[in-house]
Design a protein around this ligand. Structure first.
Ligand code: PXL
Length: 261
């Protein structure tokens, strides 16, 4: 059995983050090593998102443990701060033959969570050049490309700008924000623009959709699929996961990915 590595934050509510990434890898028959970077909870009084970073030394210690084991893919989610991001950069520079899928978690549910400009530029200048695929949502694509996205033409333009940072493939998760009845994602490999479409599902049970999509792409790459095949299959997987989502809080529920046969 192949093994994937997930570097991510814990989502206490388990819709997104490490928990969803592990479930998605398991559903794709991959075993998993993981490096935890932070813990995301909600403030019990205000319900605001609270991100508790792990000490950077502890992140480093986890990375050292898995540095020499054989890994078929590395999927990166929330890093939370610059010191942790720098440790991840050092680690990735040693893993030159392993495909790297970088989900630039800079905005939760498109809202942004007060990250500094420094971390955005660290992602573009230092992490993107090391990645094979990056999977920003629309808001993250706007932050990385430093532009507003309201149309498909804007999405193509943003993908081009992000590609110029040195990442081989850009997948922009259009989600439901663009007008129209379809959820549209875009892959740009430096030559071609490929669109992936599915009907928009009317649901608020979508916490973890972005993580699930990126993890499914990573798992498919580890299992030997091409980038286009990986995105095509992951799009079907995340559609089912959103469809099978279930309510959790009053106004938010989690996606749930049924096991693949
Ligand atoms: O879905 C984005 C995401 C990524 N990582 C962590 C999260 C979430 C969303 O809640 O908690 C740790």
């Amino acid at each position: 059995m192949k093994k994937g590595l997930i570097i991510a934050g814990s989502d206490t509510l388990s819709g997104g983050g490490l928990q969803t990434d592990i479930r998605t890898f398991s559903a794709h028959n991959l075993s998993v090593s993981n490096v935890l970077t932070c813990i995301v909870t909600l403030d019990s009084e205000t319900n605001a998102i609270d991100i508790c970073d792990l000490p950077v030394g502890l992140v480093e210690q986890q990375l050292q443990m898995i540095a020499f084991s054989s890994i078929s893919v590395i999927k990166i989610g929330m890093l939370a701060n610059l010191a942790v991001a720098k440790q991840i950069e050092l680690f990735l520079k040693r893993m030159t033959t392993t495909p790297i899928i970088l989900d630039p978690v800079l905005a939760l549910k498109e809202s942004g969570f007060g990250l500094s400009e420094k971390i955005v530029s660290f992602f573009s200048e230092r992490l993107l050049p090391l990645a094979d695929i990056t999977t920003p949502n629309l808001r993250e694509a706007e932050l990385l490309a430093n532009m507003t996205i309201t149309t498909l033409a804007d999405m193509e333009q943003a993908a081009k700008v992000i590609h110029q940072f040195g990442v081989k493939n850009v997948v922009i998760k259009g989600g439901t924000r663009l007008v129209g009845i379809e959820a549209i994602d875009l892959l740009y490999d430096g030559h071609n623009y490929t669109y992936f479409k599915a009907p928009k599902l009317q649901t608020t049970n979508n916490n973890g959709a972005g993580c699930t999509f990126a993890s499914a792409i990573a798992a498919n790459v580890a299992n030997g699929l091409s980038v286009t095949e990986s995105v095509t299959d992951a799009k079907k997987f995340v559609y089912q996961a959103i469809k099978h989502g279930f309510p959790f809080l009053d106004d938010l529920g989690n996606v749930w990915a049924p096991n693949k046969m």
